[in-house]
Design a protein around this ligand. Sequence first.
Ligand SMILES: [Zn+2]
Length: 144
Amino acid sequence: MARTKFMMHDCAYCHKQTKMERIGEMPSSATENDPIKVWYRCTRCKHSALITIAPVSKEKGDAGVKIDRSTCIEYSQDKVFSVGQAIYHSDWDDVGTVLKKDKMSNGIHSIVVSFEKSGERKLMENVVPEASEELNTQPITQVS
Ligand SMILES: [Zn+2]
């Protein structure tokens, strides 16, 4: 794909979208995730402007890659998860990755999950329903 020399952008001087000509690029700094800054010149008023271009998201395994919800396991506190697993929390409508597993002093298993929207959260896992002795006589669906 050829780099386009022209782009449409809001010109600060014309106060409207104008055709801008690419005239130069700032030397990119340290990391490749840094936004690229490019000089463009308005073809209408001839003023130049430094425009920040958001980094193009890469296809393969970046840290900032979005979790595909279809690959997630829906979170439920009676399930058991493993580190690195992608999970979906339906109440929060959020996806995250299991960072670590833990066992609290009261014997309850927990997982620490890094959610995309909610951040780092601690959730329970492997929770055995209180009425476990009645499981044999009750349909699974009525356990709450
Ligand atoms: Zn202009």
